[in-house]
Design a protein around this ligand. Structure first.
Ligand code: SF4
Length: 158
């Protein structure tokens, strides 16, 4: 877990999460709708920082992008939880599971894996990535610094 950056704290101990448009207002001890952001003692924590539910190498054409680096491969990963509850979600076993589980992995390891598999970018996908924005941000910054990772992007896969 890691303290979130995308939130506002109030003097009465509540917090307002600003990671997605739901803007959950949470009392001490409450989780947001996504099930992975938690008010603990007046601070908001991302409980799935460094915990991934799925990881795979995908062709960029599998993503909802149009003519974005055609022919390239991306390393895709997700956490559990979601800010949506779509009945047609094909990844419902990942997105609708409100559990704080996952394989432990650092941003550095994800970037290393992307290099090892010869991908050109990293994609946050399978669930709605805004719920783990702080984790995605750290991975993206690191990927950029290592060069050749211009295709990482925030998007949702279906
Ligand atoms: S990311 Fe989660 S806690 Fe934050 S506003 Fe969206 S659903 Fe609520």
């Amino acid at each position: 877990m890691k303290e979130a950056t995308l939130y506002k704290a109030f003097q009465d101990g509540r917090v307002e999460c600003t990671a997605c448009a739901r803007r959950c207002k949470l009392s001490d001890g409450q989780y947001g709708f996504c099930g992975v952001r938690w008010n603990l003692g007046g601070k908001l924590y991302l409980m799935v920082y460094g915990k991934i539910s799925a990881i795979a190498v995908d062709p960029i054409e599998k993503k909802p992008l149009y003519h974005f680096n055609p022919g390239s491969m991306v390393l895709s990963f997700s956490t559990y939880g979601c800010s949506w509850a779509c009945q047609y979600c094909q990844n419902f076993d990942i997105s609708q599971r409100r559990v704080l589980e996952g394989f432990e992995v650092t941003p550095e390891k994800i970037v290393e894996l992307a290099e090892t598999y010869g991908t050109q970018g990293i994609t946050y996908t399978y669930n709605e990535p805004s719920i783990f924005a702080e984790f995605a941000y750290d991975v993206g910054i690191l990927a950029r610094k290592r060069g050749g990772y211009s295709t990482h992007s925030l998007l949702t896969d279906t």
